[in-house]
Design a protein around this ligand. Structure first.
Ligand code: ATP
Length: 388
């Protein structure tokens, strides 16, 4: 295994620091798993048997970069462009009640692996001995392509692992091992015990994945959508579409809730506690979708919404509605109030009406370019001045 950060061999460096400080360090989890699978992974987790923050500062003195420290867990994150290194103090976890966050105790590498979700994530590379520690048969499961929990209470302790199992199984085309699968199915109802923040986090992790559609299809297959969003229909059509320069989570979030009823917007707000930007985008989406499909259109509000809403909203509507949406979206105006002012009309409520007229002309294909918008405005203003 070789990982290079800022031109430095990370494993060699960890070995040197561990030898000097007598603090043992291990590269663990996703990066080891993905290295063995031949998949690129730039999120490196390092577990140390000692103080993670102290160790991280020593690492920083060699690697430079930025550091963020989390006092409570004695953990730190170093970052370089595109690469992050989490330095974690080895710990043991106890779950006092189902779905609660665990209490922790600092410990050793074995206990740190034993708190993990699946066997394929329990592989630790010992930098001193230069070998992989495999306490839970992770190597065999990785070879067989199996997602397996470490103990029968795993999903009860932490139901977010249900989402994680689906994510890993789909991402790597692995199977969920039979007993794990049964345990998982028995714990679906426990997802109700998770906080909105934790559920949102899991949903958005899925939406970032390239096989997002397949993963959401599996959530639906297991009835997880009913537990989280009871009664709200999820849309998985076009979920895998990717656009460059779009915020993929926002775009896919909007596609996922494309058929949301206006009266259910507050349910999403409550269940997922999405931020104000996402909520506003969702409201704009629902408004535009309804307007597209109704006879009496509110031209003023459509124009204003199209002008100020996020690009992701427009792309989501376009992908779902095709031509019908394209026609309205291409009506987005380039002219602003100040263009009307430059044409010699003092500010007044007429501005809104003029803009609506230009918008309608653009939707109907009478005009298309900015020059044509200005020329059209000019004509409207002349007519107005003549009192027509
Ligand atoms: P990804 O490629 O999705 O980032 P990852 O394995 O690096 O995968 P992270 O979410 O970054 O996943 O978590 C790092 C490690 O922490 C995992 O490999 C796993 O061992 C452990 N972990 C994360 N979440 C949980 C959880 N809910 N329960 C137990 N272990 C977890």
């Amino acid at each position: 295994m070789r990982i290079e950060v800022n031109g430095i061999d990370l494993i060699k460096l960890l070995k040197e620091i561990s030898s000097k400080t007598k603090i043992k360090s291990y590269i663990v989890g996703g990066v080891v798993r993905d290295f063995l699978l031949g998949v690129k992974n730039l999120d490196i987790d390092v577990v140390v048997e000692g103080d993670g923050i102290e160790f991280a500062y020593i690492l920083l003195s060699y690697l430079k970069g930025d550091i963020v420290v989390y006092e409570a867990f004695r953990t730190a994150t170093l970052s370089y462009d595109g690469i992050s290194i989490d330095v974690i103090s080895a710990r043991k976890e106890y779950y006092e009640r189902p779905a609660a966050l665990p209490t922790i105790e600092f410990s050793n590498i074995y206990d740190d692996m034993a708190r993990r979700d699946f066997t394929i994530n329990t592989l630790a590379y010992d930098v001193i001995e230069e070998k992989i520690l495999d306490y839970f048969n992770g190597l065999e499961d990785l070879k067989k392509g199996l997602i397996r929990v470490l103990h029968p209470k795993s999903f009860i302790d932490d139901p977010t692992r249900i989402f994680r199992a689906i994510r890993y199984a789909t991402r790597y085309s692995f199977e969920i091992e039979e007993k794990t699968h049964n345990l998982m199915k028995d714990s679906i109802e426990n997802i109700r015990l998770l906080s909105a923040d934790r559920i949102r986090n899991e949903i958005f992790l899925i939406l970032k994945e390239s096989k997002a559609k397949e993963m959401i299809d599996k959530l639906i297959y297991y009835g997880i959508d009913k537990v989280i969003f009871d009664g709200i229909t999820l849309n998985t059509q076009h979920l895998d579409t990717v656009y460059v320069n779009l915020e993929i989570e926002l775009y896919r979030f909007l596609v996922l809730f494309y058929y949301l009823k206006e009266s259910d917007i507050n349910k999403i707000e409550k269940r997922l506690r999405v931020n104000k930007i996402y909520l506003k985008a969702l409201k704009d989406l629902v408004f535009l979708r309804e307007q597209l499909n109704c006879q009496n259109k509110n031209i003023r509000k459509i124009r204003e919404t199209i002008e100020e809403t996020k690009e992701e909203v427009l792309r989501a509507i376009e992908v779902m509605e095709g031509e019908k949406a394209e026609k309205i979206i291409k009506g987005k105006l380039t002219v602003k109030g100040k263009d009307i002012k430059n044409l010699g009309l003092p500010p007044s409520p007429l501005y809104g009406e003029l803009m609506d007229n230009v918008f309608e002309a653009k939707i109907n294909g009478i005009i298309a370019t900015r020059d044509e918008e200005i020329a059209f405005l000019k004509k409207l203003i002349e007519k107005l001045k003549k009192g027509e």
